[in-house]
Design a protein around this ligand. Sequence first.
Ligand SMILES: Nc1nc2c([nH]c(=O)n2[C@H]2C[C@H](O)[C@@H](COP(=O)(O)OP(=O)(O)OP(=O)(O)O)O2)c(=O)[nH]1
Length: 129
Amino acid sequence: MIDKVAWLRVESGRVLAARSHGKSVWYLPGGKREPGESDVATLVREVAEELSVTIDPATVHHFGTFEAPAHGRAGVVRMACYTAEYHGTLAASAEVAELAWLGAADRDRLSAAGALVFDEMHRRGELTG
Ligand SMILES: Nc1nc2c([nH]c(=O)n2[C@H]2C[C@H](O)[C@@H](COP(=O)(O)OP(=O)(O)OP(=O)(O)O)O2)c(=O)[nH]1
């Protein structure tokens, strides 16, 4: 089981997604927990590394935890997804090729885990386009 924490950032009904160099699938920003690291600490660290912004830890809320086949490797990814406010200006760091705001129609461009998150958001009526 790959243990990941992801940031679910929704603005105007669209979700912030990232794409890695050389890949066509879109991910929710986030990454793997380090030994003993809390979800919030993982989220703050990974989002700073990938998107160059600072998550406000006081605003972190659990949206849901989703399990799906991991993209591009054997095994299952368990992704704990959190909403949170941030400060700074969103910018892809060197490890990210591209950022985009994706809507409902983009569901199948996401990893399997990301698509499950989109389905849940759609169910809650929080996704447009
Ligand atoms: N962040 C993120 N990872 C995802 C998503 N969907 C999905 O299958 N994964 C999978 C892809 C990989 O099979 C697995 C591990 O990611 P990775 O290969 O990028 O991990 P990494 O070693 O680079 O470490 P890290 O930067 O994520 O901490 O997580 C998603 O929506 N967001």
